[in-house]
Every structure is written in structure tokens, then in C-alpha cells.
Design a protein around this ligand. Structure first.
Ligand code: PLP
Length: 383
């Protein structure tokens, strides 16, 4: 007898086009490519993927990853495998880094708005969270400087510098330099969540944060969730050898060996077969065409009643509505009309973002995006 237990994280009400989830579409999963990589892995007759893995990560995987990243225009030309650390995805890695770089009661800084689960993750470490504003150029580093000058002493700052979730903005190079200078002066780590770095459309984004750091400040979080498949639960940290050494020596790492060792051995084959490269290209093309569809539908159905910047990459549209609009209360009427989204205040405990909501263009197909935006506009007109 089946127990009807859930299969996936997404939980979408029947008939609703849910533009709230920041997930990739299942149609685009590289099923055949992963299957081929898996056969190739087993055909080699090497069973080391089934053993506990090295704490830093499976060496051959780290080397393939370093070579892949070095070839990416949006990344850095000379990534060294010694600077990479295997993780079970950015979420797990951020949790581990929070364990290693802050103690309960410490203060940490996040962007306002920010990735909607991060404040919960840091709260589970009993950290004090201070928000710093962002604008179309990303984190406002002058505002950060001001609070630091007034005496704030965070252990780390969490930022999504490229194609931010939810705003889609990217931190300018000038601000990246400023941020690292502040981290050096005031002695804090920069947790750079760069899971969208490789998903850009026409123009390559600013260089990743590691480019701007000559010391041990930046800990960069990468993930295969947005460029291959989130079910693989695998990612990486890119940082100095000192940071990689500290994470490799963590009790949790030592107890279980390298995180997601098996999946990393599989991904090594995916990379070596050239499938990661082609998958990223495919996703960029598909997502751009979906983003264009969303843009067109928003213009057609909302006209000038919402404002936003067209995303240059990543997953999201961040819509601003007229003053007085409350996206939390709008959610119910939207869902009654068969569409959903993430209200602005989900992205900050400050409660400052009632006028905003986030739409994702990656999970649904273009015709569904068109229909979803139309339903959203109908619900809006009826409020
Ligand atoms: C900014 C950001 N960080 C982390 C994650 C989760 O990453 P992972 O699947 O690698 O744990 C997401 C997923 O939406 C995200 O948007």
C-alpha cells in the first residue's frame, strides 16, 4: 500500500501556475547525460566512489571542476583545485561555514532583501542578524561602511553578489573592491553566495568575489543546483587554502568524509564528457527566452503599474508596485485566480518590502509564464 509521502520539495496546488519557486524546470534536467556519466563511472570498475571520501573532496572531481571553472568566461582563468572544497550544495555549505566562522550570539550582516531561507539558517545558529540596504548596483557598501564606523563588528557578511535573489541586481566591481577593503579593515569574512554566476545572458557579469581578494576574506559558494540538477545535492566552496583547510578539518567533515562524495564522482564524469558545459549553454538560452516572454507579458498586462529591471541573468524578476500595495494580502487573491509568487517580505525580516514581489521564469514553460502573468494581472485589477 502506498503511503503517499511527498516526492519533491515543490508543493504546488493543482491548477496553480506557481511563479514563486526558484527551481529549474524538470523538462530541462540532463537525464540522458547523467545516465551516460553514470554508466561511464561504473564501466571503469573503480569502486572508490562508494568509500568514505577525502575531507576536502574527491581529488579527481576537484581537478575537473577547477578546469571547468577556469574555462568559463564569467569565472576566473586560473582556478586551482587546492582552493576548492566539495559541499552538499550551497545550503549545507553555508550552514557549515556559519558553524566554523561564528558563535552563538555573534552578529552577522545580510543584504536587504536577501535569499529567503538564509535568515532562518543563521537564526538556527543563534546569530544576531543586521540588514544593510541594496540598490540596483547590489549591496550599498557606503551604508555598510557607515554602520561599521558606528561600531558594528560582524563575524561575516552574507551577500549574493551576482544576479541577486530576489532582486537580480549585481554588485559593481567598484563596490566589490570596497567590500573587500571593509572586510580587511574590520576583520570579517565575506560569504559570497555565487550560485547564479554562470547563468548570464548577453553580457558576462562582474568577476566572482575571489578575484578581488588577495587574503583569506572571501568564501565563495557555488552549486550544481542551478547549472546541472538540484537533486544531486552537490556544490563547492572556492576560497584560500587556509579556509579550505579549516573546513576540511571540521568535525562534521572528518566524521563523514567529503560531502556527497558519490555524486561528485558522477559529476566528474559529467564534466569530463563536456555535458556540464553544454548544459549551462542550454539553460542560458532557455532561460533568456522565458525571461523575454515574462517581460513581454508583464508589459502587455501591467503596463506602467509595475516597475522592474530586466534581469541580465539568474532566475528572477523583482516587481515594484505602487505605494500602499501589500503583496502578502495580494497572494490569496492571486492564488484564487490560479497563480502564485513570493511576496517581498519573504526576503527580509525587516518587513520593508510589502510593495514588492518576486517572479521566477525558470520552472514553467513560456506558454505557462504567459498565462500566469495574465492571471496575476487579472487578480491585481480586481483588488
Ligand atoms: C541564493 C541562493 N543560495 C542558495 C540556494 C540553494 O542552493 P543549493 O541548492 O546549492 O543548496 C538558492 C536556491 O534557490 C539560492 O537562490
Amino acid at each position: 500500500m502506498t503511503k503517499n509521502l511527498p516526492t519533491l520539495l515543490v508543493d504546488i496546488k493543482p491548477g496553480v501556475i506557481d511563479l514563486g519557486w526558484g527551481h529549474p524546470s524538470s523538462r530541462l534536467h540532463p537525464f540522458n547525460e547523467v545516465s551516460e556519466a553514470s554508466s561511464r563511472m561504473f564501466s571503469k570498475g573503480d569502486n572508490s566512489a562508494l568509500q568514505y571520501g577525502a575531507t576536502q573532496g574527491y581529488g579527481p572531481f576537484l581537478e575537473s571542476l577547477a578546469s571547468f571553472l577556469s574555462d568559463q568566461e564569467a569565472y576566473l582563468p586560473d582556478v586551482d583545485a587546492h582552493n576548492l572544497f566539495l559541499t552538499a550544495g550551497a545550503s549545507q555549505a553555508l550552514d557549515l561555514a556559519a558553524t566554523m566562522y561564528a558563535d552563538s550570539g555573534d552578529t552577522v550582516v545580510v543584504e536587504e532583501p536577501t535569499y529567503f531561507v538564509i535568515e532562518k539558517i543563521f537564526r538556527e545558529h543563534s546569530l544576531n542578524i543586521v540588514g544593510v540596504p541594496t540598490d540596483e548596483d547590489g549591496l550599498d557598501t557606503d551604508a555598510l561602511q557607515e554602520v561599521l564606523e558606528k561600531g558594528l563588528r560582524p563575524k561575516f557578511l552574507y551577500t549574493i553578489p551576482t544576479f541577486q535573489n530576489p532582486t537580480a541586481s549585481s554588485l559593481t566591481e567598484q563596490r566589490r573592491v570596497h567590500l573587500v577593503a571593509l572586510a580587511n579593515k574590520y576583520n570579517f569574512q565575506i560569504f559570497a553566495d555565487e550560485v547564479y554566476q554562470l547563468i548570464y545572458f548577453d553580457q558576462r557579469p562582474p568577476r566572482p568575489m575571489m578575484y578581488f581578494d588577495s587574503g583569506n576574506r572571501v568564501i565563495s559558494f557555488g552549486s550544481f543546483s542551478k547549472i546541472l540538477a538540484p537533486g544531486l545535492r552537490t556544490g563547492w566552496i572556492h576560497s584560500s587554502r587556509k579556509v579550505v583547510g579549516k573546513l576540511s578539518a571540521a568535525a562534521l567533515t572528518f566524521s563523514g568524509g567529503g560531502f556527497n562524495h558519490y555524486a561528485s564522482a558522477l559529476i566528474k564524469e559529467v564534466i569530463d564528457l563536456g555535458h556540464l558545459e553544454s548544459n549551462v549553454k542550454k539553460l542560458k538560452t532557455e532561460y533568456l527566452s522565458r525571461a523575454l516572454e515574462m517581460d513581454k507579458s508583464l508589459k502587455e498586462h501591467f503596463g506602467t503599474s509595475v516597475s522592474y529591471s530586466f534581469p541580465k541573468g539568474g532566475y528572477y524578476f523583482w516587481l515594484k508596485f505602487p505605494a500602499g500595495f501589500d503583496s502578502d494580502s495580494f497572494l490569496q487573491s492571486a492564488e484564487e485566480n490560479g497563480v502564485s509568487f513570493r511576496p517581498g517580505n519573504a526576503f527580509s525580516e525587516s518587513g520593508k518590502f510589502s510593495r514588492y514581489l518576486r517572479l521566477t521564469y525558470t520552472l514553467f514553460e513560456s506558454d505557462e509564464i504567459r498565462e500566469g502573468v495574465k492571471r496575476l494581472a487579472e487578480a491585481y485589477k480586481n483588488t
